[in-house]
Write a protein that binds this ligand. Sequence first.
Ligand SMILES: Cc1cc2nc3c(=O)[nH]c(=O)nc-3n(C[C@H](O)[C@H](O)[C@H](O)COP(=O)(O)O)c2cc1C
Length: 355
Amino acid sequence: MEKYDPKVTPWQVSERDFPREGSSTEKLKFLLRYAILAPSSHNSQPWKFNIRDCEIDIFTDKDRWLKVADADQRELYISVGCALENLLIAAEHFGYAHQEEYFREGEDSLVALVKLTPQEKIEKQRDPVLFEQIPQRYTNHNLYETRKIPNAEMAQLHACICEEGFWIFSTSEGPYILYTEEELRGRIDELIIRADAIQLTDRAYTKELGFWFGQGAFGTPWLMAKISQLALTYLNISKGQTKKDSEMLLSAPALVALASAADDRKSQVMAGQIFDRIVLTATSLGMAIHPMSQILEVPEIKAELRELLEVPEVKAEVAKLSPEENVFPQQTFRLGYAEPEQEHTPRRPLEEVLV
Ligand SMILES: Cc1cc2nc3c(=O)[nH]c(=O)nc-3n(C[C@H](O)[C@H](O)[C@H](O)COP(=O)(O)O)c2cc1C
């Protein structure tokens, strides 16, 4: 069998290479090969890890924070939450019990300390099917088929949430009392169009997006990446991209918002963990998934989405919530079925993200 080189092909990670006879550090390092395959906004991979005895500490890498697109750092913490969840899924697969502590007074970038204890037989908290999906998963940017998502499969996505205070709101489960499904889709499309119009005519936003394109973060070949960077920085691509985003959105049978009862950092990390389980479950069901965050990146548009979810009847119907309870949208995405993407996006080598 060809030995993979994790520096150039992180997606080819194989469980057969787990260093069973190796040291504890080598084993924990191997688990991180799965963590770094997590999705992240602009593929910024804003994480760092420190291995200590039987523990892995996870940090944000604020040098990679998207200061313009993600001014409130919500996506930074969601992205780190996705990496944390991949780590926990891998840990369970290789026989580790785990205990997480979130944040610590006075340690600014420390997100979680994960204590890992090898066990003969561990009680798995997560669906074992998720592990195999980690190297298969990707964000699918294609147009989606109109085929509906069966209720049983939506139910499986809802079941990804085992924590209190998190919910999925989906257009495909309408009609809600106040809106038909079509009305709701129209409202969300309008929000996407307005958010795009604001962001794509904002020089700081397009320059930042162009920077990540230029770095090759989206997996485009070098020359194409540089041309995209120039186009984003110097041309007005607003009209074309807005139309494309609207078509992508409306092609999907379900537009979904993952929301939480609180809007603190821990809730955002946990939203990332849940989102990661949702994308892996969707992958296992042969579904395509694509986060579309522009609605949440423009504060006034986010407020309008929140109003839409905060309608008492909608809250009561979807999440059995009382009118006083808050609903904060954390991640929006489209969901459905589509042709596969051709390639995975690149990842930084593991050595680069170890403290
Ligand atoms: C918090 C978060 C927000 C994201 N927002 C968007 C988005 O608005 N538009 C988009 O096309 N992809 C979005 N993505 C997907 C990332 O671009 C994608 O995960 C990254 O490029 C890595 O590619 P992969 O998911 O195929 O591995 C987001 C991902 C995360 C975790």
